[in-house]
Structures are given as structure tokens and as C-alpha cells.
Design a protein around this ligand. Sequence first.
Ligand code: ZN
Length: 170
Amino acid sequence: MSSAVNQAGPLTDDLRSLYQDIILDHGKSPRNLRIVEHHTCKAQGNNPMCGDRVTVTARVSPAGQLEDVAFEGKGCAISIASASMMSEALAGQSAATAKQLFEAVHDLCTGKIEAEQVKGKVPAALSDSVDKLAALSGVRQFPVRVKCATLPWHALMSCLDGKTQATTEK
Ligand code: ZN
């Protein structure tokens, strides 16, 4: 019996082109490309390796729910697509869930886990979002691209932590 989860195997051509379609769709027509009205936090992410710059704004309720998430900025298709998918996935979720998804997406992008395992780490309501975010797993062979994909997430984490700057360079 072979597992549906192929840890280290190459992407099939079908999957690769599906992933490219998702990245191109969100890269060309990003969702939530704006500033959140009455945002409670704002942080800029900067990826000097590629030139990506994104500013994430969010409105967090007193109960810790992300009522709205959006971003502005310029960058490569991967960074913009990642920001777009992130903003879609996390609107209405708790800040705690955002942190869980950030860690899972980071592990997905670096090749530590697969999309099916991501689903095990976040609420079931995010399954459809995870199917889209799986497109980001195509970056795992390219360390520079991993930074593109995770940049908006780093910015959101800084935002939620009350910081104003995030960088992929430590
Ligand atoms: Zn980039």
C-alpha cells in the first residue's frame, strides 16, 4: 500500500500546473489588496533577497478574532499570491489559529510536512484554504522562494505581536 502523502517525491506534472495556476491567479488578481479600515495593527515585511515588500493590516477584536486581514505592496507572484491566500484564509479566524497556520505553512514551504498534515494542525474549516496554500509547497526546492512565500506571514505575525517590521533576514 502506498501512502497518499508522498514525503519527498517530486510533484507530478498535473499537480505542478495546478499549483502554477493558483499562484498566477492570486498573483495577478490578489484578494484583499487594500488597507483594513480601522485596523488595530500594521506591519511591513521586507524580503531584500527578492525585493518583495508587503504591508499587512488587520483588525483584531477584543476577543482575539481577526475580523479583517488585508495587504498592500509589491513583490513577485509568489509573495503576492501567498499574501492574497493568507488574507482569504484567515479572515474570521482567531489570532491563535493564524499562528498555527503560519507555523504549518512555514513547514509546508520548507518541505517538513505535506498539505494533508497541515490540515491536521488547523481547524477543519480551513481545509479548502489549505488545498490552495498547498500551491506554495512548490517553493521548497528554492530557498530564496521560501522567503517570498513566508514573507506576508512573517509580517502578519509581527502585526499580531504589536511589531511594525518583519524581515526574512535575521
Ligand atoms: Zn519574491
